[in-house]
Design a protein around this ligand. Sequence first.
Ligand SMILES: [Fe+2]
Length: 353
Amino acid sequence: MTISLDASLSNLFCEQLGLCGVKAGETVAVLSEGELNKEYRELFLQTIEELNATAVNVNLPSDVQNLEQRLRNMGRTTLADHPEEMPKLYAADLVIDLTLLLFSDEQRKIQDAGARVLMVVEPTEILQRLFSTKDLRDRVEAAESRLRMARQLRFTNQAGTDVTYQLGNYEMLAEYGYTDIPGRWDSWPGGLIATSPNDGAVEGRVVMDQGDIIYPFMETVETSVEFIVERGRVTAINGDKQAQTLWDFMCSFEDPLAYEISHIGWGLNENAVWSTDVPGIGLDGRTYYGGVLFSTGPNTELGGTNNTACHLDLPMRNCTLYLDSEMIIDMGDVLPNDMRARQTAPLNQPEYK
Ligand SMILES: [Fe+2]
């Protein structure tokens, strides 16, 4: 079947599959649900066949219209209700995930079976603007090497943040926007590095400043919000209305694991913009160059056992971050040469506020 879509988008999908190392004879499964991301499903299936690879269409029955609910209930997927489809995904060399499997048991099993997994859920403008390069991969891998070696991470900001993470027991989450390594997950777009703290080993306070971002709420902070962190758990959130909303959100899960600290890291995609007006799930804020990504909730993606559905991603600007005693980010400025982008602001700034 031939569909007519923008030729440049077709080329971009082809380029992405090339970055993912898709070769003739490989099997690529495209996982989707209902009519969600139907254009992407069709374009991937078409492009895979053009590369003489075998395309497997795994379309789950679903009436999901958007991924908002999944972001507020991480790791709970439609795929969990269709175990009969799992063997097709285990058998694939690459799984294109249009459903947001992140933090799910199903994704972990697919990766354990050896398939590489690429999540693609953002609108086309973002796929194009944040498209990956070998340079981004090199810089994310340089960051990964440094974070893997570190045993302590500390970050501060002028609003009063001073928090310290003990590291070393969990895996790295290095996202550079494509995946050509068996069993490895990535997201298109990408551009961040993260890991999870050792169990119970985070102490201090995180004060989100005005303008910092709250995902999945797609809000910016209006007045500062202070998280008190003791033994790896959020024990209080102080501030105005947004602080209360965040605390109520955590409490609503009635899950003691909801309060634990999740991944910590920073963004490296110089084409990401700082705005909550960007459509999609918010990979701009999460991958923003020099932004620190503070997070609470699950750590199964990093090899841990916390599988709570309560996940907050909280990108913060103008932070200073240290690995052991070395300053890595100075008020949002990435210091090590092997991580620095050639340009430090988006080249094609879209018209978001
Ligand atoms: Fe996250």
